[in-house]
Ligand binder design. Sequence first.
Ligand SMILES: [Zn+2]
Length: 416
Amino acid sequence: MADIIIKNARILTCKSNGPKIKEHMQDLGIIERGFIAVENGIIQEVGEGDGEEFCDRHTEIIDAEYKTVLPGFVDPHTHLVHYGSRENEIELKLKGVPYIEILKMGGGILSTVRATRAASYDQLMKKMIRSLDIMLLWGTTTVEAKSGYGLNFVDEVKCLEVLRDCTHPVEIIRTYMGAHAVPEEYKDNREGYINLMTERIIPYVAEKELAEFIDCFCEEGVFSVEESERILLKGKEHGLKIKIHADEIEPMGGAELAGRIGAVSAEHLIAASDEGIEAMKEGGVIPVLLPGTSFYLRLGKYARGRKMIDMGLPVALATDYNPGTCPTESLQGIMVFASMGMGLTPQEVINAMTINSAYAIDRGDKVGSIEKGKNADILIMDAPNENYIIYHFGINHVNTVIKNGKIVVKEGRLCY
Ligand SMILES: [Zn+2]
């Protein structure tokens, strides 16, 4: 018998037996008047009617009152663990001071690196939990999180251990991203830093199972295509799965590299070439687009999400939550940029941040849709339909969050 039944629900199941492409991204697998039965953290059944046959006197019944019920959001790209904040850079940005100048003044990513190195394990944990609470309140139930503000052995490991040890309801998928920037102490010896990663940190991270993925910032002035390939393949050799920050500003061939070396996903892609998009399709790479970053960097340009969907790529969406170029935990915020900035429909947007983003972190068999046998990660939103969620923007529509079969947000408040 079920522990929980959600009834009188308009359910967007997002069901699929693989990443959704083309016209399937328009299909949310809607059940107009349905129920979901949850037992031991797993979805026991979903269907039409009220599921009475799954109830006994111990079952908790939630009447959704025909609100919109959908899978918990999966955020497949964040820089969750870091210390400090950079609101002091807003004024400089608005004055048009280029990022490289901000970096020279001691700002930018390297200021976050200094703050993160100086922070203790407990300080990092506390700040991160605050962010995870916000994510949960706004509907994110699974998140990918990268290291990349430690940039040395001790501090990269410290950040990955914070991610590993966290017991928050939001499930964290860990990525090692030492190749986020070249740290100050290696600025005249980048080869030395790459060797530190490939010879020492990657083997350690893999052996201790501190990360499941490896990521690299392949960009003009950061890591070249050749360097990225070397770093990522070293990770692969040690059993890590590949992600890559590719072609964010310049079309350097990062998307092509992702296709060639079997990356699970490639991220950003604002400047990805036609050949790059084709190579990703060939290689089965999931494009993870981050329209909040385009907006916040005032690039005036978004990744070509519309074209990628039309070409048959399973587009996923993420926040890119980080302290510099996209300081937000809210996927509901990202929905608006994806829709208004890239021309994606509400249906495509929701599939892109549920089922497709689950595949982008290799969890397509566990989360991202409301289907029998999957983890019971479920949202009830105070919205009559999916269009309304994007139409009435800038606010939080989440009423209830269920994670692994437990109610963790009720009436918009944390209750775990
Ligand atoms: Zn990123």
